[in-house]
Write a protein that binds this ligand. Structure first.
Ligand SMILES: [Zn+2]
Length: 92
């Protein structure tokens, strides 16, 4: 299965990320990740975001949905205060 690293995410989102919340309740750990956001476009931040990043697999390339493997198909994020998977309040 294809996945992405924290560095990939920082590059794609123009953000500097801090601590992550690695949740065992998250059944899509390769696609959904939670990180404390330290900077966006160089501006200091102190909130947490749930990132959803989908990279093209060999199957997507074969289906003509992407030109090459690991190409970004979709990236989105939302600001959160609690983990949506386990309900833990994320430290401020
Ligand atoms: Zn959690």
């Amino acid at each position: 299965m294809s996945g992405f690293s924290k560095q990939d995410l920082e590059r794609e989102s123009n953000a500097e990320l801090g601590q992550g919340h690695m949740c065992t309740n998250n059944i899509h750990p390769h696609h959904l990740k939670i990180y404390r956001v330290k900077k966006i476009d160089g501006k200091p931040q102190k909130h947490w975001e749930l990132f959803s990043l989908w990279l093209a697999t060999a199957e997507d390339v074969a289906n003509g949905e992407a030109e090459k493997e690991d190409e970004v198909l979709n990236l989105s994020s939302i600001e959160i205060e609690f983990c949506p998977f386990c309900g833990t309040q994320l430290a401020q």
